[in-house]
Design a binder for this molecule. Structure first.
Ligand SMILES: Cc1cc2nc3c(=O)[nH]c(=O)nc-3n(C[C@H](O)[C@H](O)[C@H](O)COP(=O)(O)O)c2cc1C
Length: 376
C-alpha cells in the first residue's frame, strides 16, 4: 500500500459512509484518467512495470490481476482502471432492467478486520443504459487495450423461472462491447438468486447465454466469447461438485470463485459487531481462506483443466500467491482496493514476480496449482 494511502486516505475513510467514499474514489479515478497529463501520472505512480504474461480464455493478459465485479457497476472509469495498470476490467453487475438496489445504508466497513459487508442488491442503470454508455465511450476513446468483462446479474423484478431470458437480454446488449461474460448466480443480495446455482436452473441460464453468444458470433463471423460462472463460497462439497459438473458440461469456459459469504468470523475486534451483524455478503480478509479452499477443490475435481479466477480476500501478494497455488490462473479484488488503494495492483504484481523467482517458476502458468504438487 502507498504510504500516503495508509496515513491519509485510510483514516479519512473511517469517518465516511462506505458507499459515498466508494463513489468519491471512483469519481476521482474517472476525473484523473480523463486528462492525458493526470492519466500519465496515474500510470507513473500505480502501473506495475513487471510483465507476468498469462494466456487464459484465448486471450493474453499482461499479468493475472484485475478488478472484481461491483467496483465499477456502471462502467464509469474504464480508462482509470487501465491507467492504474490492471490487466483486465470487470464491469457490472448489470441486470436487464435498471434498478436502485436495496435501501441505504447498504455497505459497511470493518477496517480493523479489513472486511466489508454489503447488501447492495444489484443497483445499476440496466443493460440498455450500460450498452449505450459503452457505445459512446468506444466511439470517443476506442475500446480498452485490456480485456473488458461484463458481470451479468438477474433483475429483481424477473421471476426465477424467467431468469434465462433476463441474463440473455443483458448479454445480447453488451456482446459487441465486452470480451468475456460472467454469469453471476451467487450474489446473496437478490432474493433466491443462489437457487440458480443448481442443476436445471443453472443449465438453462447458461444455455440461454450460449445461444446469444453463438448468434452474435455467427453474424459477426468472430469467435464465441468466453462465458464464466461465478459461484458462492457457501456451498457444500456435493453442491460444488454439481455446479462444476453442470457448468462445465453446459459449455462454461471457466469459473470465478468466489462471491461474498453469508458466514461471519467466529471472533472479531470489539467495536465491529455493528458491521458483522449487518445482513449481506461479507468480503475481504475473513473470506480469504474459504475462497482459497473452494479454488483448491475445483482445481482438484477438474484436474486443473478448467480455468479458475480467484477472488476473495486478496489484499497482498501473499494472498494472491496462495490463490495461484490453489489453482487460480487469474485474480481479482474488490475489498483490497478499498483498504489498500490504487497501489494494490503494483504491490501484487511485483510481489508475484518475486514469488515466481523465489520458487523457481518460469511464469504464472507454470505456478498455477503448485500447492497440489507439494511444491510451495
Ligand atoms: C459493494 C460490493 C458490491 C459487489 N457487487 C458485485 C456484483 O455486482 N457482482 C458480483 O459478481 N460480485 C459483486 N461483489 C463481489 C465481489 O466481486 C467479490 O467477489 C467479493 O467482494 C470477494 O472479493 P474481495 O474479498 O476482494 O472483496 C461485490 C462486492 C462488494 C463488496
Amino acid at each position: 500500500m502507498g504510504i500516503g494511502y495508509r496515513v491519509i486516505v485510510r483514516p479519512a475513510l473511517r469517518v465516511q459512509d462506505s458507499e459515498k467514499a466508494h463513489g468519491r474514489a471512483l469519481m476521482m479515478l474517472r476525473f484523473l484518467s480523463a486528462n492525458p497529463l493526470t492519466r500519465g501520472m496515474l500510470s507513473l505512480l500505480y502501473r506495475p512495470r513487471k510483465k507476468l504474461t498469462v494466456k487464459c480464455f484465448g486471450q493474453t493478459y499482461k499479468h493475472p490481476f484485475g478488478n472484481a465485479a461491483g467496483l465499477d457497476k456502471r462502467a464509469e472509469a474504464l480508462r482509470g482502471w487501465e491507467a492504474i495498470g490492471l490487466s483486465f476490467i470487470e464491469i457490472g453487475g448489470v441486470t436487464e432492467h435498471e434498478q436502485e438496489g436495496n435501501p441505504k445504508p447498504r455497505m459497511f466497513r470493518a477496517s480493523s478486520s479489513l472486511s466489508l459487508v454489503n447488501r447492495m442488491g444489484f443497483n445499476n442503470p440496466g443493460s440498455v443504459k450500460v450498452a449505450s454508455k459503452l457505445k459512446h465511450h468506444f466511439s470517443r476513446h476506442g475500446s480498452p487495450n485490456i480485456p473488458l468483462w461484463a458481470n451479468l446479474g438477474k433483475s429483481k423484478i424477473t421471476p426465477l423461472d424467467e431468469a434465462p431470458s433476463d441474463y440473455a437480454a443483458t448479454m445480447d446488449r453488451l456482446w459487441e462491447y465486452c470480451d468475456t461474460f460472467v454469469i453471476n448466480v451467487s450474489s446473496p443480495n437478490t432474493p433466491n438468486l443462489r437457487e440458480l446455482q443448481h442443476d436445471d436452473a443453472l443449465e438453462s441460464v447458461i444455455q440461454a447465454c450460449q445461444e446469444v453468444n453463438s448468434r452474435h458470433s455467427k453474424s459477426s463471423k468472430t469467435e464465441l466469447k468466453p462465458l464464466l460462472i461465478k459461484i458462492a463460497p457457501d456451498v457444500t462439497d456435493e453442491q460444488l461438485t454439481a455446479i462444476v459438473h453442470t457448468a462445465r458440461s453446459a459449455g462454461c469456459d471457466g469459473i470465478i470463485a468466489t462471491n461474498t459469504t453469508l458466514e461471519r468470523p467466529e471472533t472479531f475486534p470489539k467495536g465491529e459487531e455493528k458491521v458483522f451483524t449487518q445482513t449481506g455478503g461479507l468480503s475481504g480478509a475473513p473470506l480469504s481462506n474459504r475462497s482459497t479452499e473452494v479454488i483448491h477443490q475445483i482445481y482438484s475435481m477438474t484436474n486443473g483443466e478448467w480455468p479458475i479466477v480467484g477472488v476473495g480476500g486478496i489484499l497482498s501478494a501473499d494472498d494472491a500467491w496462495e490463490k495461484i497455488g490453489a489453482g487460480a490462473t487469474l485474480l481479482q479484488a474488490y475489498s483490497g482496493f478499498v483498504f489498500e488503494g490504487a497501489a494494490l495492483s503494483k504491490s501484487i504484481v511485483n510481489g508475484l514476480d518475486k514469488k515466481l523467482s523465489e520458487h523457481g517458476f518460469k511464469n504464472i502458468e507454470e505456478a498455477v496449482g503448485f500447492s497440489h504438487r507439494g511444491n510451495d
